[in-house]
Design a protein around this ligand. Structure first.
Ligand code: SAM
Length: 219
C-alpha cells in the first residue's frame, strides 16, 4: 500500500469532479469520498484503477463498489453525525470508511469470513473503529437494532421485512432490489410507527446478497 500523497489527493479531486458531473450534490458526501484514500484498498499493481469510477475485484468473487454507487447510496442515507447506521456487506471496508467520515456510529456485517478478517486488519491498521461483525446480514443485526439508517451493498431479490423492522422511526433503508442482471435502488423510510414510504431510483448492478433473505441459503 502506498502512502497518501499529493498525487493521490489530486486523483481524488478529479474523481470528485466526475461524481459531481454524474449528479452527486451533497457536499458532505463529496468531502467524505475525498477524505478516504481509495488506493489503500488496492494492490500496488492496480493503483491506477483506484481512482477510476469503476468497481474492482477484491477476491472471493466480490468487488469494491464503484465510487459513484458509494456516493449515490451514501447521499440517499442523508446521514447525521448522531445517526446509527448498519452496513450489510463490509467487503473491502471502503463504504464503511466513507460512512465513518459522516458518523462514528457504524455497524457493518460481512458474510464471507476471508473478507471479514481482511477488513478487520484494515480497520486496525488505519485506526478505524466500526462495530464489525461476521455473519449473514440479510436479516440485519438484531442484537444492536434499531438503526437510524441501513445500507445494503449487495443486490437483494426483495426487501427483507426483518430489515425494515430494524429501522427507528424516521429511519431509512437503502437497498438495491432486482434480478441478477440489474437492481433498482430503493429507499424505504419509516415516516411514523409502522408507516413506510417507498422510493425507487436508478438501476445498478451489484453482486448478489446471499443468506436467508438473499439469493442462497448458504455459501
Ligand atoms: N461495501 C463493500 C465495499 O465498500 O467494498 C462492497 C461490497 S460487495 C459489492 C458486497 C459484499 O456483500 C460482499 O463482500 C459479500 O460477501 C457481502 N454479502 C453478500 N451477502 C451477504 C450477507 N447476507 N450478509 C453480509 N454480507 C453479505
Amino acid at each position: 500500500m502506498e502512502a497518501d500523497s499529493y498525487r493521490h489527493k489530486g486523483m481524488r479531486r478529479a474523481l470528485i469532479k466526475i461524481l459531481q458531473q454524474k449528479g452527486i450534490r451533497d457536499p458532505r458526501v463529496l468531502a467524505a469520498i475525498e477524505a478516504v484514500p481509495r488506493h489503500y484498498f488496492f494492490e500496488k499493481a492496480f493503483l491506477e484503477q483506484a481512482y477510476q469510477d469503476k468497481a474492482f475485484p477484491i477476491g472471493e468473487g466480490q468487488t469494491i463498489s464503484q465510487p459513484y454507487t458509494v456516493a449515490f447510496q451514501t447521499e440517499l442515507l442523508n446521514l447525521k453525525p448522531t445517526d446509527k447506521v448498519l452496513e450489510i456487506g463490509t467487503g473491502s471496508g471502503y463504504q464503511c470508511s466513507v460512512l465513518l467520515q459522516l458518523t462514528p456510529h457504524v455497524y457493518t456485517i460481512e458474510y464471507n469470513r476471508v473478507l471479514y478478517e481482511k477488513a478487520l486488519l484494515f480497520f486496525k491498521k488505519y485506526g478505524l473503529k466500526p462495530n464489525a461483525f461476521h455473519g449473514d446480514g440479510s436479516e440485519g443485526l438484531t442484537a444492536h437494532a434499531p438503526y437510524d439508517k441501513i445500507i445494503v451493498t449487495a443486490g437483494a431479490p426483495g426487501v427483507p421485512k426483518s430489515l425494515v423492522r430494524q429501522l427507528s422511526v424516521g429511519g431509512s433503508l437503502v437497498i438495491p432490489v432486482g434480478n441478477e442482471k440489474s437492481q433498482k435502488m430503493m429507499r424505504i423510510t419509516q415516516v411514523a410507527p409502522n408507516e413506510f414510504t417507498k422510493e425507487a431510483f436508478s438501476s445498478f448492478k451489484f453482486v448478489p446478497l446471499l443468506g436467508k433473505s438473499g439469493w442462497e441459503a448458504e455459501i
